[in-house]
Design a protein around this ligand. Structure first.
Ligand code: AMP
Length: 523
């Protein structure tokens, strides 16, 4: 059996591999690494779990020169995969001082800009966001020497074909191109043939096509608790992309609004949206700018919906066929997916019928408690901490820590910072609706949070003026205004809340850029 050194790897990369405890190359690595080290193109069929990431990442790391320009570009279908791959490159490149930037939708572009400006050598991202940066001129591809298309079949499934071609056309002709894909349908083959040159084809015997790995569960709640139950499930599951199905259009509409009001990024897919509007919604969803897509069966039909991590039935589907059809949007091609159904006691029988006819095992679950939600929040927080650590743009903060650690133990410092950031408050664990009085908002009004306050010399008249000027509401329609030192709250008619946000975000108040959002409910 060949060793990693036999494959042509050396120096710091070998040390990194040893440190990770990889004893010997996996079959895909044994085949792909020498080809990639020789700067030849590769078309590889390999699934997740075969060690495919290292198969392309190790040669990339070995090839990187000290120039602080993007030298390798890795395209991946989802934010999660982009993060995983970036983390892998980071680990393999540790001893080689390689800088890598993950770039994906759903994360503030400013953070990514800062990373790119510092000069990164490996860029890993989703096609949509990579294109954004190319258009802004913040990502230059003229020094790219290797491009990897990871999980090409998934990227095409998600509708990224045009974006990928555009990106490839902007990279140097003499680049090395590697395409990795779990399956090789004709579209993937065509893409591979068009953009690779004398590629070596590698195929790792697929360990049988796995059946969809969809976990199916349901929750039973009272009708009036459905929205709260859904939010709690969303908070715990923290889906990267979820489709939420409703039975009727008006229910979908209402749910979409409620979710937006609670601060989730959600869009509604209507049967009566114009084609261009549908395309816009779908693009946002694919790019990861929106995590939740609320739809009816009718609206979702005939639309090329990308694979999602979660399918949630907010209503029990009318028949077993539509249940099966809905949940088919998740758990494709050997990935795990979650299919969750929220039912009320009266729908128990219907759920049983669906379970029997669809020959599925649908487990009844207990609704997550607030403690579960808090635990999950901490986990999500830990994940974002890891992202920040990988991006490694911490200089001013390191200085702060160094200064303060003369006074305090760094462990305590970190713990205090976490406490401040997580801002956990004790709450009573009863599901109660949080509309109206409970949020302390006038009925029919929505409370907005604005990040300017007394210290910015903001007065109520400034806020009224800005909202009236920018959004066309009259002064009378604007409700109570509370101004604090650094921020302010203002109530506006609920149906105008999003318009107001769009209108005032990006404007300035007393010279300070305004950043407004729907206020979190008062607890
Ligand atoms: P992947 O197929 O790229 O998602 O990798 C699957 C897992 O295998 C990852 O957790 C890798 O860290 C691990 N891995 C990759 N190559 C090796 C190797 N040669 N020996 C042991 N583990 C490996």
């Amino acid at each position: 059996m060949a060793t990693f050194a036999d494959l042509g790897l050396g120096g710091a990369v070998l040390n990194a591999i040893a440190e990770l405890g990889y004893d010997e190359p996996t079959p895909i690595q044994a085949q792909a690494i020498p080809v990639m080290l020789g700067r030849h193109d590769v078309i590889a069929q390999a699934q997740t779990g075969t060690g495919k990431t290292a198969a392309f990442a190790l040669p990339i790391v070995a090839h990187i020169t000290p120039d602080r320009v993007p030298q390798a570009l890795i395209l991946a279908p989802t934010r999660e995969l982009a993060m995983q791959v970036a983390e892998a490159v980071f680990k393999y490149g540790k001893g080689s001082r390689i800088s890598v930037a993950p770039v994906y939708g759903g994360q503030p572009i400013s953070r990514q800009l800062a990373a790119l400006e510092r000069g990164v050598q490996v860029v890993v991202g989703t096609p949509g966001r990579i294109m954004d940066h190319m258009r802004r001129g913040t990502l230059k591809l003229d020094h790219i020497r290797t491009v990897v298309l990871d999980e090409a079949d998934e990227m095409l499934d998600m509708g990224f074909a045009e974006d990928i071609e555009y990106i490839l056309q902007q990279t140097p002709q003499e680049r090395q191109t590697a395409l990795f894909s779990a399956t090789m349908p004709p579209a993937v083959n065509a893409l591979a043939n068009r953009y690779t040159n004398k590629a070596q084809r590698i195929s790792i015997a697929a360990e049988q096509m796995t059946a969809p790995l969809t976990e199916q569960s349901y929750y039973e709640v009272l009708p009036r608790e459905k929205l709260d139950a859904l939010c709690r499930i969303l908070d715990v599951e923290a889906p990267h992309s979820a489709m939420i199905f409703c039975r009727t259009k008006s229910e979908a509409d209402q749910l979409g609004e409620s979710l937006q009001g609670r601060g989730y990024t959600a869009e509604v897919l209507h049967g009566d949206l114009a084609q261009t509007q549908r395309d816009r919604v779908m693009k946002k969803f694919r790019d990861g700018q929106v995590e939740l897509l609320v739809a009816t069966d009718v609206a979702a039909r005939g639309i090329d919906i990308p694979e999602v991590s979660h399918v949630i039935n907010y209503d029990v589907p009318n028949d077993p066929e539509s249940y099966v059809h809905r949940i088919g949007r998740t758990g494709r091609a050997g990935r795990t997916g979650q299919a969750i159904t929220i039912i009320t006691p009266r729908e128990r029988r219907q759920m049983k019928i669906i379970e029997r006819v669809s020959k599925s095992r649908i487990l009844r679950q207990k609704l997550p408690t607030l403690a579960d939600v808090a635990a999950r929040k901490r986990e999500v927080f830990r994940e974002s901490l890891r992202e920040v650590l990988i991006e490694n743009s911490l200089d001013p903060y390191i200085l702060m820590v160094e200064q303060m650690s003369e006074e305090f133990d760094p462990t305590y410092l970190a713990a205090a910072a976490f406490k401040l950031l997580l801002n956990e408050v004790e709450q009573e664990d009863t599901i109660t609706t949080m509309e109206g009085d409970a949020v302390g908002v006038e009925p029919g009004m929505t409370r907005l949070f604005i990040d300017v306050g007394r210290l910015d010399r903001i007065r109520p008249a400034d806020i009224v003026g800005a909202i009236a000027n920018e959004s066309g509401l009259s002064g009378k329609q604007i409700g109570s205004i509370d101004i604090y030192d650094r921020f302010a709250f203002v109530e506006v008619p609920a149906q105008a809340a999003n318009t107001v946000l769009r209108a005032i975000n990006g404007t300035t108040l007393r010279g300070k850029a305004v950043n407004a959002s729907i206020a979190k409910p008062k607890r």
